[in-house]
Design a protein around this ligand. Sequence first.
Ligand code: SF4
Ligand code: SF4
Length: 460
Amino acid sequence: MKKDNQGVSRRDFLRRMGLGAGVAVASIVLDPLETFADPGKRKKKGAEGEKVVAGQNHMTYRVQHGSGEQISLLGYGMMRLPSRDRQIDQDMVNQEVDYALAHGVNYFDTSPVYHGGQSEVAMGIALSRHPRESYKVATKMSNFDRRSQTLEGSKRMYEESFRKLQVDYIDYYLLHSVAGSMDDFENRFIKNGVLDFLLEERKAGRIRHLGFSHHGDVRVFDHLLAMNDKVKWDFVQIQMNYLDWRHGKSSRNTDAEYLYDKLDKLGIQAVIMEPLRGGRLANLPEESAKLLRERRPDDSIASWAFRWVGSHPNVLTALSGMTTMEVLQENVRTFSPLDTCTAEENALLERVADSVAGFPTVPCTACAYCMPCPYGVDIPGNFAYYNKAIDSHLLPLPDKSASDYAERAKQFADGYSEAIPKENWAARCADCEACMPKCPQQIRIPNQLGRIVELVRRKS
Ligand code: SF4
Ligand code: SF4
């Protein structure tokens, strides 16, 4: 991945956030397909009308409507892979993939742009060591760059995915991040004939299921669903979690409840991204975390968010980036089998969401799509620090006349200097706006960085 002299690449950011470490465990070899045939399969009651089947490995599966195939409710997101010295740690990826397959996870999601193109390679290496029928591959048409928006450029990207993933068919193929605007959608998929090409590929069987991932403008989402009679979307990937359910609205985004309900009505199954909202729902403000711990003392805070998502019957799978073996193991436990949320627990999570939504945080999911900044700003790192200060009640600062004003302002600024290297400070932002169109959350990045600059100044 490219990195300029001062810049922080997407990979650097993820490493700095501690997303590269891992703990080795022995590989376990067990074909998860065996569990599908397991005569000891047992049924577990889930949400109303839901079919939940747990096999020998206890993973919860959903049945894909069109094909009848069983998909693990926990999907493995390969946007953030274990890394070492700025390189993907292939041994660790292999071990995690082995563990995931052995414990019933069979849906693996990547894209040609994750890890600068290396995620597909790493996934291909890890998965090709297993029988092809034991896993489902999901990848995307990530033709964001103008050069790849011609039919030829997009076809090259598509063919590369087969080569890197070492497969001769792709189970789930997505129009990646259909988001920005109608013009963007038309340029990437319609005028150049890319959607027609992908429909032909589905007919030919090289694509088994065709869908799109949506972040952003709800008008584009509605437009794509209006095309359903012609296209017959097999699935749609949306951002959904208990915070965005009713607090996802921004200028153009809408609430996840709208997206999910619309898909449900059309009978299109949803693949879920950001079930933890970029980690925010694993690191709740203490008063909210306490409420959840009191109710289920042995459960992690993150498991609540997964259980909430998985309790929706029209969810085919929920993606989680599992950069360490510990995270993978914990997630596997949560879904094996999934204990769906009760009405009382849903009400509790609604209260937590209302409370968290009241915090004036920046809605950054740490996806790092905006990176690198040509001026070196570590955009998600700055927002992560700022949000943590809000969650821990250091911010907002009290009125200047308050007795603790100076102390809190100093604490914020000193902590900032320690957490973020000077060359990556918000103050380096030159307002060039290069990052803005890349942000799926449509954050006005320079304005939000300006808030941080202003706060750091207040120390003096
Ligand atoms: S607007 Fe600021 S943060 Fe965004 S790319 Fe330009 S300099 Fe970097
Ligand atoms: S600012 Fe936007 S693009 Fe950048 S990391 Fe946050 S959510 Fe992702």
